[in-house]
Write a protein that binds this ligand. Structure first.
Ligand code: GLV
Ligand code: MG
Length: 339
């Protein structure tokens, strides 16, 4: 079977040593829409080419009474739309223990399996969930005569899922990536946050009492509630050659905090995030694309490193084989985005 890795191009920038791959098709923002919402659905064709991923959501945020309308709405949109090369079509199906999911898989693969790039599976608990989806997809694809396998993306949103994240990441060659699902995960773990994908101002560190001449008045700093989970997810994905994503940020008006959350995830190794509103598309595009300064620096290091081995001093800083690899990741991403 064709594996997820076949969808990704290896770095082609003359790397002297093997380095991480980048997604062959950019996936900086996974833009969610509700296919049962006619007003929202009508805007989808015009978004093709402007976003990396359009995702028809069938799960949470779609009312139970609208599940069928959402599923059929997605079929109608997919059939009527040419998504071209720049935009992928994904869906988020209902959870595997729901009464709707079997119809989601059956209808979508049969009707629009040739258009769907990735199926996002929520509330994945362990590799057995991915094995089930893998077999079901294989059966439905065979029946529909599909030759291109549909990839699978898991949402990490239960404590059990986090505990099993490495096994989930490696559960099938269909695995494309994993997203953090902070709202469900917070509920499952009894965490307390003030907004979806955000933290809590009460989760802080307070400076020790000041010592005159060393530190000033005591300050407090809010800590990141998601650091542990994102770091685990990034490691699991890196280990299996798939891609980690930040999930949703629900406070649409707070574009500053959204950008901060996305950037922290990018710096930790994530390749994209969900966008829940058009305002978040531009934020994700900015954060998950390398900056001009980063690309210029990477080019300088690459040029200075010659055959890619040894060490050089640039602006008083040591660069070597390892730091060159970081630069090659940036250059590969820049090259891919300009392609
Ligand atoms: C996403 O599905 C979440 O629960 O945060
Ligand atoms: Mg969720």
């Amino acid at each position: 079977m064709r594996s997820a890795k076949d969808f990704f191009t290896p770095l082609a920038v003359g790397a002297p040593a093997p380095v991480r791959e980048v997604p062959a098709r950019p996936s900086r923002m996974i833009h969610f829409f509700d296919p049962s919402n006619e007003k929202m659905a009508a805007k989808i064709p015009a978004m093709v080419g402007t976003v990396d991923v359009l995702l028809g959501n069938l799960e949470d945020a779609v009312k139970a009474d609208n599940k069928e309308a959402a599923r059929l709405g997605l079929v109608a949109i997919a059939k009527a739309t040419d998504f071209g090369d720049a935009t992928q079509l994904w869906t988020r199906v209902n959870s595997l223990d729901s009464p709707w999911v079997l119809d989601d898989f059956t209808t979508l693969v049969t009707e629009i399996g040739d258009k769907l790039d990735v199926i996002m599976v929520p509330k994945v608990q362990g590799p057995e969930d991915i094995h089930y989806v893998d077999r079901l997809l294989a059966q439905l694809e065979a029946r529909a005569g599909l030759t291109r396998p549909i990839l699978v993306h898991a949402i990490l949103e239960t404590a059990r899922g986090v505990a099993n994240v490495e096994a989930i990441a490696g559960a099938s060659p269909r695995m494309q990536g994993i997203s953090l699902g902070p709202a469900d995960l917070a509920a499952d773990r009894r965490m307390k946050t003030t907004r979806v994908g955000g933290g809590h101002p009460g989760y802080l560190v307070r400076e020790d009492p000041g010592i005159e001449g060393i530190n000033g008045p005591r300050g407090t700093f809010q800590q990141d509630l998601w650091h542990y989970t994102i770091a685990r997810m990034v490691d699991a994905c890196a280990m299996h050659g798939i891609f980690p994503f930040y999930g949703p940020f629900g406070d649409i008006k707070d574009v500053v905090a959204c950008e901060d959350q996305f950037r922290n995830a990018f710096l930790l190794g994530c390749v994209g995030a969900w966008s829940l509103h058009p305002a978040q598309i531009a934020i994700a595009k900015k954060v998950f694309s390398p900056s001009a300064a980063d690309v210029a620096h990477a080019r300088r290091v690459k040029a200075a490193m010659g055959d890619g081995t040894g060490a050089v001093m640039l602006d008083g800083k040591m660069e070597d084989d390892a730091s060159l690899k970081q630069c090659l990741v940036i250059l590969a991403l820049a090259e891919q985005l300009s392609a």
